[in-house]
Design a protein around this ligand. Sequence first.
Ligand code: SF4
Length: 442
Amino acid sequence: MEKSPQKYWLETYGCQMNFAESNALEIDLLHHGYTPAEYPEEATVVILNTCSVRKTAESRIWGRLGYFKHIKEQHSVKIVLTGCMAERLIDQELSKQGVDFIIGTAGKNHIISYLTGQEKTITTYEFQQAHHKEGELRSFVPIMNGCNNFCSYCIVPHVRGREVSRDPLEIYDEIAQLEEKGVREITLLGQNVNSYRYQRGESVVEFLDLLEQIASKVQSVAWIRFLSAHPKDLSPELGDLMSRYPAICRHLHLPVQHGSNRILQAMNRKYTREHYLSLVEGLRNSVPDITFSTDLLIGFPGEREEDLDLTLDLMEQVSCSDAFTYYFNPREGTRAVDLPEQLSEELKLQRLKQVIETQRRISREEKKRRIDGIETVLVEAPTKKDHNELLARSEHDDMVILPAEDHVHIGGMYQVRLTGLQGNTFTGEVVQCGKLSVLSQR
Ligand code: SF4
């Protein structure tokens, strides 16, 4: 009798690293003869690549597990829970919830071995070789995993473990393969990319060495981004590298989290607002048109009105083009859960609202300043609404709508004049046609 085909349904939650790892897992599943299911009821295996960073993320996943358990009652399906939430629950018995395998972050890249009954005991994180989604112009490239920082509110070091850096030769190999596939933009990924450090014998490669090597090697990959940078570990020499290598995007996501030194200390961030502001100033001196985005965590235990004012003041000084804002949500297993002076939900929400409104105004002002300027964009796709328009991404990580013209192609890089704003999205027109080479972008 012919064996029925194995079909997978994969859901991914959380950060870019999870999405990169899910891409690698799909490559592995396809390689082993699995095909994607069109809808969950058709799957023979359901995989949830989970996130544990906030309670709300976990609640959503519990809800999805209930749904898949219901499917399991109708027909045979294996349910795999992997990722950070799975790591947190690794010692729990979840068979009543329908879960067949709970696979933590170290075993995540070996899911196939569990599905084929050849499971291995994996205790250290291993990097996959490829993380690209077929046909996409952009790709993630993980360079390190884990975190040693133990910010007092963060679950990541507890679920992803200590920092491990990937062999630079594997990284160069993956990027060379991406170039063959026509990828134009890569994002180097890690929980704290600045801590990248790989030692072989006497030779040590640190983050800026790696970045410079990649920037000097790439040909058809025109843009390099990296996520996440920690202000404590960011070298001021990054500005010099950005100004020397056009392939390194002049946009930096630099999470500040808060503008008050008292709160930064309680968060165990290990830098001050003065240090953060001096990094921004130094980078602006080296790269005058650099743009920034950040993360802001509001309503931390003990936060007072004056701490909020310091945050609002820092936001004005840095003038980020964008910010991911969220309010403090105690995470079981982190130190901040037990801190005194926890704020009420109402107060946290009220302060967050103030921060969001301030950021909206700052983002709008920062974007308006750039109207009429010339920027390089990568054309990504037709817009969903109108096929006479194309959606492009700027070097500064903003979306730009362009008129679809015969000489403008998906995957091409063009210089455009920014003509206006539709909400947060720029409108623009192409002023220089033809594919730009990496070195002639500016
Ligand atoms: S640097 Fe801090 S916030 Fe970032 S992953 Fe590490 S512990 Fe979490």
